[in-house]
Design a protein around this ligand. Sequence first.
Ligand code: PEP
Ligand code: MG
Length: 544
Amino acid sequence: MVRYVGKGVYGAVAIGKISVFQREEISVKRIHVEDVEAEKEKVNLAKEKSLAQLQEIYDKALKEVGEANAQIFKTHMTMLEDEDYNESIENIIETQKVNGEYAIAVTGDNFAAMFAAIEDNAYMQERATDVKDISNRLIRNLSQSSSLEGTENDKVIICADDLAPSETVSLDKEKVLAFVTAHGSSNSHTAILARNMNIPAIIGVGEEFLSGIEDGDYAIVDGFTGEVFVNPDQETTERLQEKQRQDLEKKKLLLDLKGKENITLDGTQINVYANIGSVDNIGAVLLNDAGGIGLFRSEFLYLESKDYPTEEEQFAAYKKVLESMAGKKVIIRTLDIGADKQVDYFGLGKEDNPALGYRAIRICLTRPEIFKTQLRALYRASVYGKLGIMFPMITSVSEVEKIKETCEQVKQELKEQGLSYSEDVELGIMIETPAAAVISDRLAPLVDFFSVGTNDLTQYTLACDRQNPNLESFCDTHHEAILRLIEMAATNAHKYGAWIGICGELAADVTLTETFLRMGIDELSVSPGFVLKVRNQIRNIDLS
Ligand code: PEP
Ligand code: MG
């Protein structure tokens, strides 16, 4: 047995087999073959397997994210059957007497270069990525190299050096028991995603971890203590099985709180909402009886997509969330791309300090076509429920004024086109920069609500990069400066008739629940799995 220690970011125990995360970097060797017919037949079989996988992915995507988003997999299937593409592979095998993998790689590169060279045609250029994607799938299936998708039927513990948010969202969640990463920090979006999905996760176990494990190793992940036991002995296995049983029992007990109010012993009420990153998380929101959605990180729609999601695609996603919440409040945050959430098709250049750079509202205000598309989709969806729109990374009054102007323009356009929207949409801003907290007296009169993003507020106040695991010991999330900024924002919100919530990870820290209640915080929005835990805490507090 070997024990590794990192930092647990979601408390639960997972027991199962390890799968070492494979990046899609495939290196292909050119090998001479004699029997070209047999090689062509192998390619054919790999093609059939790829088509079957794509059909499966398409069916799953259709159920989870709708027709428009699933369409890409149909496109992949069509490309895979393209005559020119297949002929090229066969010709290379025949004329050069080489292995299928090599023929596919060359064909993929040629076709991708051809698509990429079509100037001023973003659609065709995008197909360059697709043709590389299908070629990689074909090569993987031909060489039988293992990847998470399609080959493993059991749930596995994903182990990686680190996972980018885009990699995390593309994993098949149905097959993930836990995450363990050698690097990473607890406020990174990968950690947040793990919490949103109720998946035990450990970060920062160190470099030596990856060299000490192999695919298929049996392991236990203790998300409470941050320990990973690889090939655990009998005693450890029994102890952690018992811990897992007790945890599940405790979580079951919390379920008794479903349907109960979030009310303190002396009668103070507060809203407890849930944070989500995807339409898929709604099940967990409803299961845990959240009073609403306090933060829908809409940028994950962009991260999951290969191109800018269209107005229709976004409209469908927002409508689905609003309808599923059946009249409960849903706060959707506009695009917060940039920093650790990079999307290739945005073409954002490299920055020395991306967290201090071109991100979130700064992109929206300088690329109004992207911003307006999202706002149109949001306003159109607003008739299907109770919508609040929230804007990230605010630092000034003029930004809020510009945002409100854009919202008015969008509403006017919709009206002129005869498209309906609700007049009751609340507009709010995130308080996640010290600047916003300090000028909260100027911002509050302009909006309906504030939502404190403690993850960024902490990094910007303490000058501690939230992505850097070496800074965790300097990053005191309870630092007086942060609490004072939150209190300042709460006082100013109420003075000017706005309400205030907290949607950063600190909202789920039950050692601060009483402090937040005493500040007058009106809403706490947490990962779905923490809703009942926070409710339990609130119900045991006496403010009198
Ligand atoms: C925050 O900064 O606290 C927040 C909620 O937003 P994100 O974590 O997505 O940056
Ligand atoms: Mg933030």
